[in-house]
Design a protein around this ligand. Structure first.
Ligand code: NFE
Ligand code: MG
Length: 522
């Protein structure tokens, strides 16, 4: 039996380590560890409730729109208000734009190099300026490192590169993918710009507020948005979706790796003013066969193996966040969220499965087309590759919906309803963030925040064992993963990255007086 530590696991958002036991070439035991404390819940206590809107966006630089939206909806519910039609549409538009940049960064800049051979650039002999400049830069790096070819592992953004026979062999496919990797930077910038058009700025937007959105839609802004959308949509349909299919064809074994079958979705994009019909369905499934209606009363956070001394198995409205860095038996700063006492996967795969099983025709036709093209059944989707495929499918659907919402906007009409802060109240704000179900809960007393809890997607899937000792989704998905070389455990890294962990969202600041560095300003 070999112990394998991936610490830190890179090319994810934030700081996560994974500990594995490997026997006979397979993972037999796994622990997922978030190594930092977040503590936003404590920062928020005693503040004006509306502050949550800006402060929670600082939880993360990748999904601030989602935290801004969850806090807005949480305050809407506590204040007893709702957005008007323009407010709902602009919230969808902001969320959708941020999804596009998030899904694209995940596939190209965080995961692609698990499959694409960056070393192939050394043999590039074509005429593409951008590829030639990458080739020459990598050659220079290698020269600086004394001429060793493996110095490519130290070449900046391409780090880390596991050494072994793990990558796509076809040079042309590799070169095309590296070209797309570069192109994806520009496309993400355009998607970010789309967020800024109606959000005021990025990454932390100022336009999301209780009661709606502050930015009044004008014809000029809609035109500007449509122009950027056209380019992003072209990339999604002609490049991103095709690259995901190419990776799936080349790594078909990953339809059987990283399996999990409990899924939870809060519902993505309110598609009419009832606010109860979603583009991607709301619901849960335990086992992946039938869907049940969502009941958020059944959410609990358990902390037996988490570094918190406070009560366990609490609903977020009653949640506590008392750090205990030296708690015996605890191995992570993430709590273990449970739904009906079960660990649940959240994210693109959860949304697609819940929608598919709910008979959502838009999702079903996209998924069935992909399954047909890859010649696999629906069970193959419950896998590492399935997660990538579901992000691509979602991106395609999102681009189409954006056109509809832009055309439904009522030009020059305020997207914002007014509010008053009540003396006492409670609220719940549910959003599907790119990585999955995101919930904010608030208790207001004397017009101030008495309690605030955020249960984020990554906590759902990267969380530890629960009070009963049942492993979290990532831990379960890792078990059975084949590891061909314990010194280069790329297969496990592929499984973890397929979930798109964001530990920045899940945990945050180093506790107490510990300094990770100091500097002197002269
Ligand atoms: Ni920091 Fe986040 C998303 C949220 S993940 S990226 O998507 O919410 O826990
Ligand atoms: Mg929390």
């Amino acid at each position: 039996m070999a112990k394998v530590y991936i610490d830190p696991i890179t090319r994810i958002e934030g700081h996560l380590s994974i500990e594995l036991e490997v026997q006979n070439g397979r993972v037999i035991e796994a622990w997922s560890k978030g190594d930092m404390f977040r503590g936003f819940e404590k920062i928020l206590k005693g503040r004006n409730p509306v502050d949550a809107n800006q402060i929670t966006q600082r939880i993360c630089g990748v999904c601030p729109v989602e935290h801004g939206l969850a806090s807005s909806k949480c305050l809407d519910s506590a204040f007893g208000i709702r957005p008007n039609k323009n407010g709902r549409l602009l919230r969808n538009i902001l969320l959708a734009s941020n999804y596009l940049q998030s899904h694209i960064i995940h596939f190209y800049h965080l995961c692609a190099l698990d499959y694409v051979d960056i070393a192939s650039i050394l043999e590039y002999n074509g005429s593409d300026d951008k590829l030639l400049s990458v080739r020459d830069w990598v050659k220079q790096e290698i020269k600086l490192k004394g001429g060793r070819n493996d110095a490519i592992t130290a070449a900046g953004p391409f780090l880390p590169r596991y050494e072994g026979d793990f990558y796509i062999k076809d040079k042309n496919l590799n070169w095309a993918a590296i070209r797309h990797y570069l192109q994806a930077f520009d496309i993400r910038m355009k998607a970010h710009r789309m967020v800024a058009i109606f959000g005021g700025r990025v990454p932390h937007v100022i336009g999301l507020v209780p009661g709606g959105v502050t930015e009044v839609p004008t014809s000029a802004k809609i035109r500007e948005f449509k122009k950027a959308l056209k380019e992003v949509e072209k990339f999604v349909n002609e490049v991103y979706v095709q690259d995901v299919l190419a990776v799936a064809q080349a790594y078909r074994t990953y339809f059987n790796v990283g399996k999990f079958a409990n899924f939870l979705s809060y519902g993505l994009f309110e598609d009419d003013d009832s606010l109860t019909n979603f583009v991607m369905n709301r619901g849960s499934t335990i086992g992946g066969r039938t869907v049940e209606a969502l009941n958020t009363q059944l959410i609990r956070e358990q902390v037996r193996y988490s570094r918190y001394s406070s009560g366990s198995n609490l609903h977020p409205l009653r949640g506590e966040t008392e750090p205990n860095p030296v708690k015996g038996g605890a191995y992570t700063w993430l709590k273990a969220p449970r739904y009906k006492d079960e660990p649940m996967e959240v994210g693109p795969l959860a949304r697609v499965v819940v929608s598919y099983l709910s008979g959502n025709q838009t999702v079903k036709s996209e998924v069935d087309a992909v399954l047909k093209q890859l010649n696999v059944g629906i069970d193959a989707v419950f896998s590492a590759l399935g997660r990538h495929a579901c992000r691509a499918i979602e991106s395609k659907i999102i681009c189409r919906k954006l056109h509809e919402w832009l055309d439904q906007l009522e030009v020059d009409r305020s997207p914002r309803n007014s509010y008053e802060i009540p003396d006492s109240s409670e609220g719940e704000g549910l959003v599907e963030a790119p990585r999955g179900a995101l919930g904010h809960w608030i208790v207001i007393r004397n017009k101030k925040i008495e309690n605030y809890q955020a249960v984020v997607p990554t906590t759902w899937f990267c969380g530890p064992r629960d009070d009963r000792g049942v492993r979290g989704p990532v831990e379960q998905a890792l078990i059975g993963t084949p590891i061909s070389d314990v010194n280069n455990p790329i297969e496990a890294a592929r499984v973890v990255r397929s979930f798109d962990p964001c530990i920045a969202c899940a945990v945050h600041v180093v506790e107490g007086d510990r300094r990770i560095s100091s500097m002197k300003i002269v």
